[in-house]
Design a protein around this ligand. Structure first.
Ligand SMILES: Nc1nc2c(ncn2[C@@H]2O[C@H](COP(=O)(O)OP(=O)(O)OP(=O)(O)O)[C@@H](O)[C@H]2O)c(=O)[nH]1
Ligand SMILES: [Mg+2]
Length: 438
């Protein structure tokens, strides 16, 4: 890892400022070439920037961080030039000609991770912060970046270790083992651990939902008001609405954000048997869209309890929410199962938005959410299972050895989150998705 990396760190395009970042042992000598000055660590200097041949490229601010007190833990040079791609490319070229190579995506953060400046969950939060699609998602990412999520994981880990030590010690006192393992303090501690895991899982689930959002497909028979609902949720006249059955034929997509949750809304053609060639293709596409949904809003008409369009449709793994529209025409009638709304008057729309949030796994508010990824959630689910199994072993059979083994397995899962143990291919997978220069 002794080579020096360099990249333009700001988005491509014209702007007030553009940044070139260099990290590694050659950062200091590259600084000397470009600035023709000796840099003092952490002192911002306003200087001219040159090529090795002495051609002036720009004038800007240079900052030097000496290892290990930098983002990557190595010597780092940051050049803040004017935000013009040609200027930045030329500055980068000088760095590349003087001992640096082009950084791969995420390589600065990967080095920060390898030099213990960040754990894996924090490093992932860096990329998630940059990719955030809402203020809520950004806040959740900052919370994980600052280590709140990792600290939780550490607390769970240290409680696990404490319990393992206790149980393994009890096993050494074979005579009194049963008494030790049936101790109230032990059961209490396990219960506390269980609720701590639950709370962490909920916050992480919220964060994951804020990051990934969900695809919501609106389906139903013609004329039930699917396009009207799309327009109502997006608060724009996106789709054509008429009283002619079979108005919508194409698949329409719109993005909305519900309290920070990104929702990809899909409006489709009304489902019915038809001789019309164009409409038939629309119906085929509607059925196809359903397969890609995280949630289907099956639209029916208020005053009834059935959604005729869904009768012969089987979607075993996809959540379906029944929504009965035109409630303004059937006042006071509540469906046995599902929500009554009116796309025309807005009645029930707030409840629908809440229901979509709940289907995404977002409970109550996303306040306190930790930005998390699927792999974190999978690990936390495993941890919970192992802890619950350990608890059962203790309560039912006082099987200390089996319980200790479960707790050990739980600990391994937690290590995967922070990257205490992680395979190279996992690291490649994670950092390869970063943007260049981060
Ligand atoms: N009274 C009332 N009328 C509604 C409501 N929602 C939609 N409509 C009317 O129902 C008719 C059909 O609405 P659309 O939104 O085009 O229905 P659709 O399900 O998209 O129909 P297709 O695209 O043909 O499948 C229009 O005349 C709307 O004005 C509602 O909540 N109340
Ligand atoms: Mg329509």
């Amino acid at each position: 890892m002794s080579d020096t990396i360099a990249a333009v760190a700001t988005a491509r395009g014209k702007g007030a400022i553009g940044v070139v970042k260099i990290s590694g042992a050659a950062a200091g000598s590259i600084a000397a070439v470009i600035t023709r000055e000796t840099m003092v660590p952490r002192v911002a200097r306003y200087l001219d920037f040159f090529t090795a041949d002495g051609v002036m490229l720009d004038r800007g601010i240079a900052l030097f961080f000496a290892a290990p007190h930098s983002y990557t833990g190595e010597d780092v040079l940051e050049l803040q030039a004017h935000g013009n791609p040609h200027v930045l490319d030329q500055l980068l070229a000088v760095a590349l000609q003087n001992g640096a190579r082009q950084a791969r995506p995420g390589e600065f953060t990967e080095r920060a991770f390898l030099n213990n400046k960040l754990d894996l969950a924090q490093a992932e939060a860096v990329a998630d912060l940059i990719e955030s699609n809402s203020a809520e998602a950004a806040r959740a990412a900052v919370r994980s970046l600052s280590g709140d999520f990792s600290k939780r994981v550490e607390t769970i880990t240290s409680t696990l270790v404490e319990l393992r030590v206790y149980i393994e010690a009890a096993l050494d006192f074979a005579e009194e083992e049963i008494d030790f393992l049936r101790d109230d303090a032990l059961t209490t501690k396990l219960k506390q651990l269980d609720s701590l895991i639950d709370d962490t899982l909920q916050r992480a689930t919220n964060g994951c939902a804020l990051r990934e959002g969900l695809t919501v497909v609106i389906v139903g028979e013609p004329n039930v008001g699917k396009s009207s609902l799309l327009n109502c949720l997006t608060q724009q006249e996106t789709a054509i609405v008429t009283d002619i059955a079979g108005t919508t034929r194409d698949v329409l997509r719109e993005h909305i954000v519900i309290d920070g949750l990104p929702v990809r809304l899909v409006d489709t053609a009304g489902i019915r048997d038809t001789e019309d060639k164009v409409e038939r293709e629309g119906v085929r596409r509607a059925r196809e869209q359903m397969q890609t949904a995280d949630l289907i809003l099956a639209i029916g008409t208020a005053g009834t309890d059935a959604i005729p369009a869904m009768h012969d449709i089987e979607l075993p793994d996809i959540e379906i929410l029944k929504v009965f529209n035109k409630a303004d025409l059937a006042p006071g009638i509540q469906p046995a199962d599902g929500l009554a709304i009116s796309a025309k008057t807005g009645q029930g729309i707030e409840d629908l938005r809440e229901a979509i949030k709940r289907k995404a796994g977002v409970e109550q508010s996303t306040e306190g959410a930790f930005m998390a990824r699927r792999r974190h959630l999978n690990a936390l689910h495993q941890v919970r299972l192992h802890v619950q199994t350990a608890n059962t072993h203790l309560l039912e059979t006082a099987a200390g050895e089996l319980a200790a083994e479960e707790l050990r397995a739980a600990q391994l899962q937690l290590n995967l989150i922070t990257g205490a143990f992680s395979a190279d291919d996992l690291l490649g997978e994670i950092f390869g998705r970063f943007c260049i220069g981060k």
